[in-house]
Design a protein around this ligand. Structure first.
Ligand code: AMP
Ligand code: TRP
Length: 328
């Protein structure tokens, strides 16, 4: 049977090269070969502090940024999670079969709970259940994501297994598919991953050329003296970006220079910044064009929901029946 691709992204127009190389580039490639569902997860987003007045705009911007990056609303089902209430309904049913201890062991939950201390809400704890519901509602089997989501995917498999064991075979176990660069590092601190919550750590696909050049110029390379031929994480990260955005010849030239000790990081950064600016130029342009036509973005969202809804309803009808929910 053909794989069904499902993935989700938080509602913000700020998509960085980590999101792109870790996940979205795969999403774009898979559109030719599989039925694909790509979901902007606004109900996940409200588990973190946020401004309600901003959320609708951020949601539309996320759709626009993903389309600018190469998602095609004709081939893929691009939609917004909250438009399909079956996501939260299935989440509730999964709540009822999930041990709390498993949720408390999730590393993302532990990290966020540590940062927030007294303001930990139940939504943050149950976040992976909603994510499992997202995927299983469409019987997704292939989930392209970055490495930080691997544990949530393992959890979603467990949810499917547990539900199937209790109520009979219903869901396939979704498989994680890591992107080409599953963990792009922060430019300003290669000890952690690139993240939109840390300015200076990322390059956004829609950044202005000057912003890109500045962020690359400030990237951390070696923090101490070079030991042997092992690249420091910061340098390796720059080479990864070079591999993704520059020509094979350019990559070879700099690798050679690294080997024979003649590499100058300013030179590497200048070329990388130039290549990033020209590779991202069309994305930035398409994003601006789309934002100028918000009604078109709304059409994409409406159309996506119309295609997602019948699938979600059919799955939920089957689940309600199996769980013993009254039908009158
Ligand atoms: P988010 O922005 O958290 O919604 O993430 C969207 C997708 O990008 C998810 O599949 C993440 O795993 C992936 N992702 C986020 N940050 C990185 C990173 N620094 N490197 C690789 N993939 C990432
Ligand atoms: N939790 C994911 C992230 O922060 C986003 C997400 C929500 C997701 N639902 C999903 C990813 C379903 C894959 C499949 O990146």
């Amino acid at each position: 049977m053909k794989d069904v691709v499902f993935s989700g992204i938080q509602p913000t127009g700020l998509i960085h090269v980590g999101n792109y190389l870790g996940a979205i580039r795969k999403w774009v490639a898979l559109q030719d070969r599989h039925p694909c569902y790509y979901c902007v997860v606004d109900y996940h987003a409200i588990t973190a502090p946020y401004d309600p007045a901003d959320l609708p705009r951020r949601t539309l911007e996320a759709v626009a940024a993903n389309v600018a990056a190469g998602l095609d609303p004709d081939r893929s089902v691009i939609f917004v999670q909250s438009q399909i209430p079956e996501h939260t309904e299935l989440c509730w049913i999964f709540n009822a079969v999930t041990p709390v201890g498993e949720l408390q062991r999730m590393t993302q939950y532990k990290d966020k709970a540590r940062q927030r201390r007294e303001s930990v809400n139940a939504g943050l704890l149950n976040y992976p259940i909603l994510q499992a519901a997202d995927i299983l509602l469409y019987r997704g089997t292939l989930v392209p994501v970055g490495e930080d989501q691997a544990q949530h995917l393992e959890f979603a498999r467990e949810v499917a297994r547990r539900f199937n064991a209790l109520y009979g075979e219903t869901f396939p176990e979704p498989q994680v598919m890591l992107g080409d660069f599953p963990r792009v590092l922060a430019l300003n601190d290669p000890a952690v991953k690139m993240s939109k919550s840390v300015p200076g750590s990322y390059i956004a696909l829609t950044d202005e050329p000057e912003t890109i050049r500045e962020a690359v110029a400030k990237a951390v390379t070696d923090t101490g003296p070079r030991t042997g031929n092992e690249m420091s994480p910061g340098v390796k990260n720059l080479f990864d970006l070079l591999g993704a955005f520059s020509s094979p010849d350019t990559v070879r030239r700099f690798q050679q220079a690294y080997q024979d000790g003649s590499l100058r990081y300013v030179e590497l950064k200048r070329v990388l910044a130039d290549d990033l600016v020209s590779a991202l130029e069309p994305v930035r342009r398409r994003y601006r064009e789309l934002l100028a036509r918000p009604d078109d973005i709304r059409d994409i969202v409406r159309n996506g929901a119309d295609r997602a809804r019948p699938v979600a309803r059919a799955t939920l009808a089957e689940v309600r029946e199996k769980v013993g929910i009254l039908r009158v």
